[in-house]
Design a protein around this ligand. Structure first.
Ligand SMILES: [Zn+2]
Ligand SMILES: [Zn+2]
Length: 365
């Protein structure tokens, strides 16, 4: 029997394991990919610490990936109705089984909150098959939305942004940026860096980035940040608020996007936004604790619009990828890839991501 290898996270805090699986065959309406590149992101680190609710360990991590189509279960079409043949380089929407018929889907129109929703590498168990990217092959279930990489977009261009691309894109869409706005992005990981790029395409006059460490802030400047402040150097939150206010006539930024993962950043960000400005929280993907707001000062009196942003829909992945194809020379996401690791080095990749030694880390078979 032909077998393929995958890396399995068997439980919180447990060392990663290498396991062999029977080589999958494509189900009707599905496909099997030969993995080309997957990513390591902050989510994988949280998952390894058991900070994500509802993870059905053992899991094969890796939610956003690129692969080559090995086999399809019958004709597989892209959204334009064009066939996706074996050999094609594709990514896919890592979320599947959004049901389209529940209260969340039909009444609230909040597909990212559909209770049936599953996510590759996060809410899929290794007992169900190769449903994560840290594997030699990936099984695409029927109904998984396959996205061929557009003409001119190479694996590294796409994976340099990875899951940050659609997440940052969604946050920018939520932010409703107007032409000429000054935007602050809190956090300089892949989500923050993607939000920085898309905010400029959405018409921001300038974007300021509050983050760390230095290599990530350098990347922010490469992607067009007008100015950056390092939270490891400017350790006083008041100094960081001053940094923003000094650059906005004392008023604060029109839009602030939080992509840091630190609950205290939300309080700080509400000090950075101008009266009647907009604030989007996208970085609190795991429950990292509470933060105390002053409802009078932070919300009511300053007349701010405060928005949450959970996950992303296929539309965000699709449009973010199209925008990347058009603007990749201006926004060189591939330059964010600090290092590539083989499957056998996945543990090392996870440790490097945790101590922020890398901006983006790729896993290769
Ligand atoms: Zn639903
Ligand atoms: Zn991710």
């Amino acid at each position: 029997m032909e077998t393929v290898d995958a890396v399995v996270m068997s439980g919180p805090g447990r060392p990663l394991e290498r396991r062999s699986f029977a080589a999958p065959r494509a189900e009707a309406g599905g496909a099997v990919l030969e993995m080309v590149a997957s990513e390591v992101c902050g989510t994988d680190v949280h998952q390894h610490h058991g900070h994500l609710a509802g993870v059905p360990y053992p899991v094969i991590p890796g939610h956003v990936s690129v692969g080559r189509v090995l086999e399809t279960g019958g004709p597989l079409l892209d959204l334009e109705g064009q066939p996706i043949a074996a050999g094609r380089l594709v990514s896919f929407y890592d979320v599947f089984r959004i049901c389209g018929k529940c209260w969340h889907c039909l009444v609230a129109k909040a597909g990212t909150r559909c209770p049936s929703r599953r996510v590759y590498g996060i809410t899929t168990s290794a007992d169900e098959g190769l449903l994560g990217g840290w594997a030699e092959r990936i099984e695409l279930k029927p109904g998984v939305r396959v996205l061929p990489l557009p003409e001119g977009v190479e694996v590294e261009d796409f994976m340099g942004g990875g899951c940050g691309l659609p997440t940052g894109f969604h946050a920018v869409e939520r932010a409703g940026i107007s032409l000429g706005d000054t935007v602050v992005v809190q956090g300089s990981g892949p989500v923050g860096l993607s939000a920085l790029a898309f905010a400029q395409l959405a018409g921001a006059l300038r974007v300021l980035v509050v983050g760390a460490p230095a290599a990530r802030l350098e990347a922010a400047r490469r992607l067009g940040a007008e100015d950056t402040i390092d939270v490891l150097e400017a350790t006083d939150p008041a100094a960081r608020v001053r940094f923003v206010r000094e650059r906005t006539g004392g008023r604060g930024a029109d839009v602030v996007i939080e992509a840091s993962g630190n609950p205290q950043a939300v309080v700080e960000g509400l000090e950075m936004v101008r009266d009647a400005g907009r604030y989007v929280v996208v970085g609190q993907y795991t429950d990292a604790g509470d933060a105390a707001l002053n409802p009078h000062r932070h919300l009511n009196r300053n007349h701010v619009t405060l928005l949450g942003c959970w996950g992303y829909e296929y539309t965000h992945l699709h449009r973010a990828t199209q925008m990347l194809a058009r603007h990749k020379s201006r926004f060189p996401f591939r330059s964010l890839i600090s290092r590539e690791y083989r499957l056998a080095q996945a543990g090392e990749a996870l440790a490097d991501m945790e101590r922020l030694a890398v901006v983006k880390a790729l896993i290769r078979p």
